[in-house]
Design a protein around this ligand. Structure first.
Ligand code: SAM
Length: 234
């Protein structure tokens, strides 16, 4: 992967940056995404944010080597703290981390979201955390994607601020309002696989008699999740 040939996952993330946008890529690692967006002119300005020294230096090196220091500012810091009002950022990208961490970054940086018109989020796990966050903070999910790369399945969600209250059903939070409607082959395969894994866990727990109260609660929770999957996939 490099700034010209992104991974399939990052390419899909980048496809949602469309129109001369001012972007902040939080957790930018090698800054491939901002370099790609600037080179393809979908972004006019970018901040590459990194909290860890190694990836921060890699991002600096990459941006310098491409001669893009005028358009891409590499900043070291935690989450959205590196964004200033004067940056006039339209779009924030947070990709390649867990949903819980992305949610924490959004919660801790809540004041930095005013004026932002788009969030492009690619959690590696627990996307439901971000859908729940979107409902609590009135961000509408305008697009979702699901794709497979190197035998892993990734979800991407795109959000825009909403004037009206955002309300999701339990199923929409868990599976994604757009992904449920689309019911793609990858979506079905992901949830079949998850349900099978939960079924196996139930069998393992149940074979250990007597079943403790804690394990009984776990079984009930997993059975509930399997029922949700069966209901959505039927
Ligand atoms: N965004 C790139 C991608 O999707 O390929 C890199 C993903 S990499 C797995 C996650 C990066 O996020 C790491 O470089 C890590 O140092 C950075 N990171 C984790 N927590 C962060 C935070 N709170 N603020 C900024 N960067 C963070």
């Amino acid at each position: 992967m490099n700034e010209e040939q992104l991974s399939k996952r990052l390419e899909k993330v980048a496809s949602y940056i469309t129109n001369n946008e001012r972007i902040a890529d939080i957790g930018s690692d090698h800054a491939y995404l901002p370099c790609f967006a600037i080179k393809n002119k979908t972004a006019s300005f970018a901040i590459a944010g990194e909290v860890v020294d190694g990836p921060f230096k890699s991002a600096q090196k990459q941006v310098r080597s491409l001669g893009l220091t005028e358009q891409i500012d590499v900043r070291k810091g935690n989450g959205l703290a590196i964004i200033e009002k004067e940056d006039a950022i339209d779009t924030i990208v947070i990709a390649g981390m867990g949903g819980t961490l992305i949610r924490t970054i959004l919660e801790e940086g809540a004041t930095k979201l005013s004026g932002v018109s788009k969030l492009i989020l690619q959690p590696n796990i627990a996307t439901w955390q971000l859908r729940e966050w979107s409902e609590k903070n009135n961000w509408l999910i305008t697009s979702e994607a699901i794709l497979r790369e190197d035998n892993k399945i990734y979800e991407i969600i795109v959000l825009e601020p909403s004037e009206k209250p955002v309300v999701w059903t339990k199923q929409e939070v868990f599976f994604g309002p757009c992904l449920i409607k689309e019911q793609s082959a990858i979506f079905k395969s992901k949830w079949h696989h998850e349900a099978k894994t939960w079924q196996n866990i139930i069998q393992t727990i149940s074979s250990n008699q007597p079943i403790s109260d804690e394990n009984q609660a776990k079984i009930r929770e997993l059975e509930h999740k399997i029922a949700l999957v069966e209901d959505v996939l039927k």
